[in-house]
Design a protein around this ligand. Sequence first.
Ligand SMILES: Cc1cc2nc3c(=O)[nH]c(=O)nc-3n(C[C@H](O)[C@H](O)[C@H](O)COP(=O)(O)OP(=O)(O)OC[C@H]3O[C@@H](n4cnc5c(N)ncnc54)[C@H](O)[C@@H]3O)c2cc1C
Length: 411
Amino acid sequence: MDFAYHYTAAQETFRQEVKAWLAEHVPSHIKAPVDSEFMRGDLYDFALELRRKLGHKGWLAPTLPTAYGGGGLSVELAVIIEEELRRRKIPTVFSNPLVIPAILVWGTEEQKKKFLPGILHGEKICYQNFTEPQAGSDLANVQSRAVNLGDEWVINGQKIFVSGGGPGKADWLFGPIMTDPDAPRHRNLGYFMIPATTQGITLTPLDLMNGRNQYIVMMEDAHVPADHLIGGDHQGWQVAQTVLEQEHGGGGQPHLIDQDLDNFIEFVGNASRDGRPMSEDPLVQQQVAECYIDSHASGLFSMRNHWLYHSKSELTYEGSQSSLQRKLFGLRNADRMRAVMGPYCLLGIDEQRAPFGGAPEVFQRSSLVRTHPGGTIEVQKVIIARRLGISKTRESAAPTPQTAGRKNGSP
Ligand SMILES: Cc1cc2nc3c(=O)[nH]c(=O)nc-3n(C[C@H](O)[C@H](O)[C@H](O)COP(=O)(O)OP(=O)(O)OC[C@H]3O[C@@H](n4cnc5c(N)ncnc54)[C@H](O)[C@@H]3O)c2cc1C
């Protein structure tokens, strides 16, 4: 049986259109850097401009309505755009897309028109302003405080590990802030779109093993207009859940692409040890096969979720299942690659003998780092247990742009 999706002639014509557009707008020498930490200034500027051009074509958010700055295209055409962008390995500027579902589900029509076009046209860069020093996995414990002055809120507090591409690059910081210290947990937060240029907001980079792309955000008497509160002033937790539903893998991905796996297979295919091709070693073959299976299993979970999401299905554990598998296989494959490649996979991008320009070394670090954002391995297991009904706490999926309006409690 043939499980592959076969594009129609009209869809393949659209692919040619995308290819031609990319050939026109991205010179052939332009490529994403092996380590995004080392994005040079001029490359960043190029990527920012390309992002704007893609946005104005509707290709940053191809399936979303044109009225908000999306492309109004089918899922199939959106997949084609993504395939071609990935194939071309274009440099990308980081802007957290998870802001979009929160506004679509919980924003008023005025807020959708105010915030979405700038974001979807690639003009505005967004960072996720969730984690606090004492509120990481326990996000409901957010302590930053917003005080209502009528036509504006005054915000004080601190966030940490906020991912971005530079302090001066962000336009919006989105996330939960405590609005009512007397209200019960999960009913005491509001969800704010904070302009990053507001007086009193400062971003300071953290020195982490994956570079300096995570920030401490200090918020000191920052005045934010009242209409930057998304959802009610006690609904911040619920809005955050819509974001986390996607961040935990609920939106899925339509591709089975794993460049680190492809590199590994190529390395093994070309390398020799003790005068014999490495690929003849049964232990190496076993490690490669396990890498391949783990990576593809993860990709299939992700593809399933992409299909479930776009067919408007109600998800339970599937998002966290996919997220958990992705985090675990990353760790396992990094171990396997180290066992086979030895010190070669620890040579950084500056080392002349580093294979694939140092990509395996970047993967060694990122496999560890990626276990944290959007909920750790343990947290994904907690969510799966709750959604399978085997925990003392039961929970169901938060509304997403695909399911909102069909669930109790959603707008
Ligand atoms: C590279 C990177 C990018 C990030 N990007 C962002 C961002 O853009 N925006 C943002 O707001 N945040 C971001 N984060 C923060 C991330 O969401 C948190 O690191 C994560 O939620 C874990 O919180 P924590 O670091 O405070 O760890 P803690 O919550 O303190 O957890 C410490 C350990 O305890 C375990 N643990 C905690 N609770 C439980 C439990 N109930 N049961 C079992 N074990 C538990 C955890 O699994 C972990 O091993 C990022 C983090 C990293 C590393």
